[in-house]
Design a protein around this ligand. Structure first.
Ligand SMILES: *[C@@H]1O[C@H](CO)[C@@H](O)[C@H](O)[C@H]1NC(C)=O
Ligand SMILES: *[C@@H]1O[C@H](CO)[C@@H](O)[C@H](O)[C@H]1NC(C)=O
Ligand SMILES: *[C@@H]1O[C@H](CO)[C@@H](O)[C@H](O)[C@H]1NC(C)=O
Ligand SMILES: *[C@@H]1O[C@H](CO)[C@@H](O)[C@H](O)[C@H]1NC(C)=O
Ligand SMILES: *[C@@H]1O[C@H](CO)[C@@H](O)[C@H](O)[C@H]1NC(C)=O
Ligand SMILES: *[C@@H]1O[C@H](CO)[C@@H](O)[C@H](O)[C@H]1NC(C)=O
Ligand SMILES: *[C@@H]1O[C@H](CO)[C@@H](O)[C@H](O)[C@H]1NC(C)=O
Ligand SMILES: *[C@@H]1O[C@H](CO)[C@@H](O)[C@H](O)[C@H]1NC(C)=O
Length: 272
């Protein structure tokens, strides 16, 4: 009997905690955030969240992964392609250990959540939903924020890959000039949204940029000549906007340029 008690005590203090349902004080924040996230889900046809209940430790819930040592905090939330409908509630921002968030290919509606408290987030997949709203400023404040969308196989092996893909959503508002400060960005894909305003000249600071796709938006104004100073830029897709003026002669300096799609705009002038 004494031996059994000792074992139980060990279990309660040891690394194996997550096997039971003990919730550490500091990880109760994550429990509450997950339960609150579930409240935002209005349809879950495949029962993806059916085992999100207090019967088991939240680190065992479908799509959830935690740090391997106590306090067990949520590191991964992966609910990709589960046909879930709902809103992403702002309490998600309480899971401050979250590093990987994948909600892609679902029916999430509503504004893109504020991510400024997720300082450890390095991977974010939100593509193929029905999100709208402006690109939050806080998104450009996460220096380590890297991935949105699917990593194309060909780019997968590049070291320090930084990939930003919010295409196929309903994002409105302007492209934040601060995006220009994500200096490791190699892919920027904001195509098929409802972005307005001009292409920020500050995108010309993205010295590692290879792929730029802003097609099928409502962008106006001129193509910034600063894009011509990006030594690695190979793909410029700007078709189906309302861009005007002439094509900047600086683009002629792009030695790596492979694709330049400018159709269906209001461009004028000569090709020089
Ligand atoms: C998230 O954190 C805020 C601030 O600490 C708190 O007020 C709120 O109740 C938390 N939300 C949930 C669902 O726990
Ligand atoms: C689950 O546990 C949390 C924390 O103890 C509590 O706030 C919540 O009400 C519980 N939910 C249910 C459905 O019992
Ligand atoms: C929750 O559901 C997922 C997917 O069905 C499964 O892999 C996991 O083992 C379940 N967890 C528990 C504690 O039942
Ligand atoms: C959680 O981590 C384990 C071990 O690394 C892995 O096998 C599992 O696929 C992960 N699950 C999720 C939902 O990320
Ligand atoms: C997320 O889930 C998808 C589908 O189950 C899987 O292919 C992918 O590897 C998962 N990602 C992580 C980080 O666990
Ligand atoms: C998702 O749900 C819709 C109906 O809401 C259904 O028509 C569709 O087949 C589902 N897709 C998958 C992959 O389950
Ligand atoms: C950016 O991050 C810093 C430090 O965490 C914070 O003080 C600042 O308010 C953030 N700015 C925005 C726009 O989120
Ligand atoms: C961005 O994501 C969309 C939707 O999944 C995909 O079709 C597109 O190829 C991605 N863009 C890049 C540059 O990989």
């Amino acid at each position: 009997m004494l031996l059994l008690l000792a074992l139980l005590l060990l279990c309660n203090n040891g690394i194996g905690d997550v096997e039971g349902s003990t919730i550490h004080d500091s990880s109760i924040v994550d429990l509450h955030a997950l339960l609150d996230f579930k409240l935002g889900i209005t349809d879950d046809p495949r029962g993806a969240l059916s085992n999100w209940s207090n019967n088991t430790h939240f680190c065992r819930w479908n799509g959830v992964n935690c740090t391997t040592t106590p306090p067990f905090r949520v590191r991964v939330l992966n609910l990709s392609g589960l046909n879930i409908t709902g809103k992403i509630r702002s309490s998600l921002g309480n899971m401050t250990f979250l590093a990987w968030l994948d909600l892609s290919s679902n029916n999430f509606v509503g504004p893109i959540l504020t991510l400024d408290r997720l300082q450890q987030l390095d991977t974010l997949y939100l593509y193929d939903n029905h999100l709208h709203g402006t690109i939050p400023d806080s998104l450009t404040n996460c220096s380590s924020l890297a991935l949105v969308g699917v990593i194309p196989p060909k780019l997968h092996f590049l070291s320090h890959l930084f990939y930003f893909n919010l295409s196929l959503n309903s994002i409105v508002g302007q492209i934040p000039p601060k995006l220009g400060f994500l200096s490791d960005l190699t892919v920027l894909d904001l195509s098929v949204n409802s972005l307005v305003g001009q292409i920020p000249p500050k995108l010309g600071l993205l010295s590692n940029l290879i792929y730029l796709d802003l097609s099928i938006n409502l962008l106006v104004g001129q193509i910034p000549p600063s894009l011509g100073f990006l030594p690695n830029l190979a793909y410029i897709h700007l078709r189906s906007n309302q861009l005007e003026g002439s094509i900047p002669r600086e683009l002629g300096q792009l030695l790596e340029l492979k694709e330049l799609f400018l159709s269906d705009n209001k461009l004028s002038g000569e090709l020089v």
